[in-house]
Ligand binder design. Structure first.
Ligand SMILES: Cc1cc2nc3c(=O)[nH]c(=O)nc-3n(C[C@H](O)[C@H](O)[C@H](O)COP(=O)(O)OP(=O)(O)OC[C@H]3O[C@@H](n4cnc5c(N)ncnc54)[C@H](O)[C@@H]3O)c2cc1C
Length: 624
């Protein structure tokens, strides 16, 4: 039987060799003490592989062949309810039947207790078949896991230690409904005047004397926003900015005793879109709608980042699934399409496009696996620190590990979201190109991939927002600890100059170029800052040097944020691949292809960063 897992050698390599499952499984199985849990990594891994086989087969045989129905049967609004297309309903029911909404929930809450990384792998398989189905499914299991995580973090989950198990959790009704496949959730942030700029959110939340809250406002572009459970960010405090926002769990309806719906919110519309058509994108209005506060007042943005981090990693895997579909379609077409005496895959330019597509996918998959691994370990270690009885020394060690995983996840996640979503657009465009005229025709299905891909660089934080995050974190880390930055830079220079393996030298050169870009941007930033001191009294210079105004001081860095992100992402991928080569020399070929593509573009990006910018910034300054 066809399976999107079975036919994917690169993915199988990760599951069998590349992923270090041990810490993930150990933490997921409560340090091997979970009731009915796995007692050995290989046992667990075999089970995970069976799940991937089943999902891969379902994706290949029950979803992918229905791409046209999924693309054309748009969800619509009828009498206040959103009606999904028939194919979408049937396919989603099949995925629920497979048990996916509860895949990562603990066994004691009706779940399969699999690591989150397995969820991400299923995401790639399903996205290869249809990305909008994959996105809708994400709002099932993903939201149930988020509800549990929030409850654990705010201390409203009860945990028994012998044997370890959860005995009760605040959002149990929401989690159980989703786990059983009877409901799903959504993430309601965007408003007509607040997209990237979440500080502009106007939806209000008012506290009631009994401790409940009432929400009023409108949210737009909400994926799967026609479900019952809404994680809503609203303004609960006076004053501007992100500190005035809180997160609420809001049911769009409650059930009456006869099983009828008592509406608490109103679905106002469903968008017609370029692609992503099996997924409903909904406008929802809250009018004195009751909600429960999640966590503390004013910490909504912080809570949302947890959801967002997972969601951004998930977009990385969605992008990979779609890119894999595009590459395979292009490869199959090129192998049988004759032109000028050869099939087109034998023509140099097409051969290079095809190899480039594969290389990008393999490189980005390496980064995706690392980002997901670090993010999950950081989260689960945080939970273990909060709930496991630990000796002082074990706690100190776990704390240090948690910090390091969180740091790496924070560094990798925006790079992954940026590079994967941009690559998916480019790879699907190339698939259209390789198909020639047939690619532009609906019947072939590749133009759908391009339409679907174009949302990746927009949702869950646009590419520009990812780049700003990566740039700010990178530059601020260097400003805060210049000595550590200088040490890292010297190590990279040394490896680029003298490592015995030429491949190691090339990978190090990518890091050197990223560091040169950082150094250039920092030196410009400091020159500007020092120059500005002329306008201030000497007594305030120390204070001036400590305070940074991102809008004023980071102009050049903001302008070049995407280029810097590209440099950082290329170097990060090479670093991950180099580690793989150390473990398994068969991965050398992927790294060879990656550095061959990344080195010239890193030179180009560095050149742009060091030679352009002041003219445009001066023009912007004049307009200010
Ligand atoms: C299919 C789809 C599904 C979606 N699902 C959800 C969902 O489930 N939940 C939800 O809350 N939202 C959802 N969204 C909304 C999405 O998250 C926003 O569209 C996105 O965050 C961008 O916001 P915006 O549309 O207001 O664009 P804007 O913020 O107005 O941005 C417009 C352009 O300006 C750029 N830009 C903005 N600010 C800056 C800056 N400071 N520096 C540089 N460039 C900048 C952006 O990168 C972008 O290119 C969805 C959108 C779509 C299309």
């Amino acid at each position: 039987m066809a399976s999107f897992y079975d036919d994917n050698e690169d993915l199988r390599w990760y599951v069998r060799t590349g992923i270090d499952w041990e810490p993930l499984v150990r933490l997921t199985e409560y340090d091997w003490k979970a009731e009915d849990g796995f007692r050995a990594v290989d046992e667990a891994r075999e089970f995970y592989e069976q799940i991937l086989d089943a999902v891969g087969a379902f994706a290949a045989t029950d979803i992918a062949p229905r791409w046209s129905e999924l693309d054309r049967q748009h969800p619509r609004l009828a009498e206040g309810e959103v009606v999904e297309g028939q194919a979408a309903r049937e396919v989603t029911a099949g995925l629920v039947e497979l048990g996916l909404p509860s895949l990562c929930l603990p066994r004691e809450l009706g779940g399969t207790n699999a690591p989150l990384l397995l969820w991400h792998l299923t995401t790639e398989l399903i996205a290869r078949a249809d990305v909008s189905i994959c996105a809708h499914l994400g709002f099932h299991g993903g939201m149930a896991m988020a509800a549990l995580m929030y409850s654990v973090m705010e201390g409203s989950t009860e945990f028994q230690h012998e044997p370890p198990r959860i005995t009760g959790t605040r959002f149990q009704d929401c989690i159980e409904e989703i786990a059983a496949g009877r409901a799903w959730g959504s993430m309601d942030l965007t408003e007509p005047a607040a997209g990237s700029d979440l500080g502009a959110i106007t939806t209000r939340a008012r506290p009631q004397p009994d401790g409940s809250w009432l929400l009023t406002g409108q949210k737009i572009f909400i994926t799967s926003g026609h479900g019952r459970w809404h994680f809503v960010i609203a303004r609960s405090e006076e004053g501007p900015g992100l500190e005035a926002l809180s997160m609420f769990l809001v049911p769009a309806w409650d059930w009456d005793e006869a099983g009828g719906k008592i509406w608490r919110a109103r679905f106002v519309g469903v968008e017609e879109k370029l692609g992503h058509n099996a997924s409903a994108t909904v406008t929802i209005a809250f009018e004195d709608t009751p909600g429960q506060l999640i966590g503390k007042r004013g910490e909504g943005f912080k809570s949302m980042l947890l959801l967002m981090n997972n969601a951004r990693v998930a977009v990385g895997f969605e992008s990979l699934g779609l890119a894999e579909a595009a590459w395979r379609a292009a490869r199959a077409y090129a192998a049988q399409r004759p032109s000028m005496g050869r099939t087109i895959d034998r023509h140099e330019m097409v051969a290079e496009i095809l190899e480039g597509m594969q290389t990008e996918i393999q490189g980005i998959r390496a980064l995706a696996m690392q980002a997901a691994w670090h993010e999950e370990l950081a989260q689960k270690m945080r939970l273990a620190l909060a709930h496991f009885p630990l000796s002082d020394s074990a706690r100190a060690e776990l704390e240090a590990q948690q910090k390091e995983h969180a740091r790496k996840s924070r560094a990798f996640t925006p790079l992954l979201k940026w590079i994967a979503s941009e690559a998916a657009v480019e790879i699907s465009r190339q698939a259209v190109q390789v198909h020639g005229g047939a690619g532009y025709i609906r019947e072939t299905g590749v133009e759908k991939l391009l339409r679907d891909a174009m949302v990746f660089p927009i949702y869950e934080g646009t590419s520009q927002i990812q780049a700003l995050m990566a740039m700010k974190d990178t530059l601020l880390a260097a400003v805060r600890d210049p000595a550590a930055f200088a040490r890292r830079a010297a190590r990279a220079r040394l490896a680029a100059a003298s490592a015995r393996d030429p491949l190691r030298r090339q990978a190090a050169l990518l890091r050197v170029r990223a560091n040169q870009a950082i150094q250039h941007l920092l030196s410009r930033l400091l020159v500007g800052k020092v120059d500005e001191l002329r306008h201030h009294a000497i007594a305030s210079w120390a204070e001036q040097m400590r305070s940074w105004d991102p809008k004023r001081d980071f102009g050049l860095a903001m302008l070049h944020a995407e280029r810097l992100t590209g440099l950082l992402a290329d170097a990060a991928v090479a670093g991950v691949l180099l580690k793989q080569v150390e473990k398994d020399p068969s991965r050398r070929d992927v790294l060879v292809r990656w550095v061959e593509r990344a080195l010239p573009r890193s030179r180009y990006r560095l050149d742009q960063i060091t030679t352009t910018g002041p003219r445009l910034l001066a023009r912007l300054g004049e307009g200010a």
